[in-house]
Design a protein around this ligand. Structure first.
Ligand code: PRX
Length: 657
């Protein structure tokens, strides 16, 4: 029988719509004075000096914001600084012996880097990269899992002014090649392999296959993660990471002076078309914004042990495992593996072992923890936790409350942070020391952020009505352009709501949302052809071209269908060429084709064969209808279709009738 007190508590939690930040938290919060909202509004854009002040500058900026050439905004113009010096050198005097990175491998092995040790290895690797020929502004690609050499390589690049482009290790060889070609990147840092659920996985073969598709000469550095576990051979243009670092032992590399607007890194992300977008982030705007949001939203303090359980292969890891926390001189935890290996309490074991103070993760993980049950966190002492965060997809109130109760013990504020690869850092969330929390709603825009919910003509919608998110003023962490493609930058983000003639530029993130009376924003999800699978962003066009690339496929449509654990899952509707047979075998080769072209994260949940796709009279595939079919929803009016009769047949197949 369940404990009546417990049942009462559950009932209260289930009904409760709003939660106040715990007093104990507010007393120590980095930001706790609500006047910050007004102050930032009245003093915009100079308010952003607060972010710049978190950094050390080699020379001061002249102007906070330069908007002479909208929407190509510049922040902190003519300021000079180096990101690696800000994340390392300036902490050496006071915090040289404190831990910068606390790493745990999947097998349980640990590696710790103090700020002094991290500084040393970053210098040595920076010297090695230079010796290999890397010059300022050369793009260095990294294709690595969660091992310490990844942030080391990123900071080494930042030190010598070479932008990095990190490709998620779970992406395919093709995806690596596409990104290296697009960035004209001649250098790759990768590794031999890594562990997943205790098994050694070969990563280098995938990297080599990718290099085979690169259309120019390359040099590669290979980190030996697996030792004797996996034999690997290096070709003439490949170098062993340890050998390089040993050759440069004790080397010191003066951080290169970078202009505020110089590129710090590129990050490829999915959009509406099949071609990934190379999002460009700059040195001062990005770094100051990552540091400011880590300070204000994650409440990071130098003495904290802070853990963002994301992967550095995505923007969350860039901003909130590497740059934000290290700029603030804290201890950032990095975990290599999966949350359920060797058992489902792995994360809670890590929180307890290192006395983690903040945990930042994704709703998809929280849904999994919830399904596994509260007995796993209950085995551990989680009392070190002070703040919890989520990112990447909407969190439903039930999962929010579970997280609040079972992980936060009802004494940690939760920040539900909405942002994107393009925004560089968080945009919409409560401030944990100020804002009432409402489960399911991200909260108001951050101070200084002019985010709104508007209708199709750009007018703000009434409370409760659905609309689109727009950001009506620039912010320091914003992307500056898409790599070597200013035109696409304007078309993708500034077309819908801007009025260039009136010099009115509005950023459109392509998300739907609702707003409450009190200005709290609830994100409803993407309104473009992007699917959010377990918080990972995938383009439907990318998936469709992978499916069409499979022998025997004539035409395909990919959509997102609701999924209990993943948030959304990929549904593909496929028309075969004559002479090919529908069935398990064909479905399997389509699944494999997608895995090969993009990676296992894009694996279709369902492959539905159909003789036709529902199309409008002008020949456009009706994706919304296919989504409704995937979700088992009422199909509404299909009379505007050229071929309404196919709809019921497809729906039957999905239902399995
Ligand atoms: O749809 C929004 C969703 O993730 C998209 C951005 O994906 P990406 O660029 O990969 O960055 C993910 C990590 C910042 C957004 O357009 N999203 C992100 N955070 C939230 C969210 N949806 C709802 N609530 C959030 N907190």
């Amino acid at each position: 029988m369940s404990d009546p007190e417990e049942t009462q508590l559950e009932a209260r939690l289930a009904e409760q719509e709003a939660f106040e930040p715990p007093e104990e938290f507010v007393e120590q919060a980095n930001v706790s004075d609500p006047s910050i909202y007004e102050e930032f509004e009245e003093n915009w854009p100079e308010c952003w000096e607060a972010a710049a002040e978190l950094l050390d500058w080699e020379s001061d900026y002249d102007e906070v914001l330069n908007d002479d050439d909208e929407p190509f905004y510049e922040w902190f113009t003519n300021g000079e600084l180096n990101a690696s010096a800000n994340c390392l050198d300036r902490h050496l005097d006071d915090r040289g012996d404190e831990t910068a990175i606390q790493w745990e491998g999947e097998l349980g092995e640990t590696r710790e880097f103090t700020y002094a040790e991290l500084h040393r290895e970053v210098n040595e690797f920076a010297a090695a990269l230079r010796d290999l020929g890397v010059e300022e502004d050369d793009v260095v690609t990294m294709y690595m899992p969660m091992i310490p050499e990844l942030p080391i390589a990123m900071l080494a690049c930042a030190r010598i002014g070479a932008p990095h482009s990190v490709v998620f290790a779970g992406f395919s060889a093709d995806a690596l090649a596409t990104r290296m070609n697009s960035a004209e990147s001649e250098y790759l840092v990768t590794c031999d392999g890594y562990y997943r659920r205790g098994d050694a996985l070969d990563h280098l073969s995938k990297a080599n296959e990718g290099l085979g598709g690169v259309d120019h000469d390359t040099s590669t550095v290979v980190v030996d993660r697996l030792g004797d576990e996996l034999e690997h051979e290096l070709t003439d243009d490949q170098h062993d990471y340890d050998d390089l670092v040993t050759e440069h032992v004790g080397a010191e590399v003066e951080p290169v002076t970078r202009d505020a607007e110089d590129m710090l890194f590129l990050m490829y992300t999915s959009g509406t078309t099949g071609k990934p977008k190379g999002v460009k982030h700059t040195t001062a705007g990005y770094l100051s914004y990552a540091a400011w949001t880590s300070h204000a939203v994650l409440d990071v303090k130098p003495d904290d042990t802070y853990w963002c359980a994301a992967d550095i292969g995505w923007i969350t890891g860039h901003s909130y495992i590497v740059y934000g926390p290290l700029a603030l001189g804290t201890t950032s935890v990095m975990y290599e593996g999966t949350p359920d290996y060797p058992d489902k309490d792995r994360l809670w074991d890590i929180v307890e072992s290192y006395d983690v103070n903040q945990l930042y993760t994704a709703p998809t993980a929280i849904r999994a923890f919830m399904k596994w049950g509260s007995q796993y966190p209950e085995q551990h002492d989680l009392s070190s936790l002070r703040l919890l965060g989520t990112v990447g997809e909407p969190i439903n109130p039930k999962a929010w409350k579970w997280y609040y109760k079972h992980i936060g013990n009802e004494s940690c504020p939760i920040v539900d942070t909405w942002w994107q690869t393009e925004t560089g850092g968080m945009m919409i969330t409560t401030l944990p020391g100020i804002g009432t929390m409402k489960p399911g709603s991200a909260g108001p825009p951050l101070p200084g952020i002019d985010a709104r919910v508007v209708d199709e003509s750009g007018d703000e919608v009434a409370p409760g009505e659905a609309g689109y998110v727009t950001v009506n003023k620039p912010w320091p962490g914003m992307l500056r352009t898409l790599y070597k493609n200013d035109e696409r930058f304007i078309n993708e983000y500034w077309q819908e709501y801007s009025d260039p003639d009136a010099d009115d530029w509005v950023y459109f993130p392509e998300d739907g949302a609702k707003i409450d009376d009190d200005g709290y924003i609830t994100i409803l999800g993407r309104v473009d052809d992007v699917i959010n699978v377990s918080g990972h962003r995938l383009g439907t066009m990318e998936i469709e071209s992978a499916v069409v690339g499979v022998e025997g496929v004539a035409e395909a449509a990919a959509v997102g269908g609701d999924h209990e654990m993943k948030g959304e899952a990929v549904y593909t509707y496929v028309i075969l060429e004559d002479g090919y047979e529908e069935g398990e075998e064909m479905a399997q080769s389509i699944i494999e084709g997608v895995e090969e072209a993009i990676g296992p994260i894009a694996r279709p949940e369902k492959v539905i064969f159909t003789p036709e796709l529902p199309k409008t009279r002008s020949g456009k595939i009706m994706r919304r209808l296919l989504e409704d079919i995937a979700n088992g929803e009422e199909l509404g009016n299909t009379s505007t279709l050229r071929n309404p009769e196919v709809v019921e047949d497809i729906a039957k197949k999905v239902r399995g009738d």
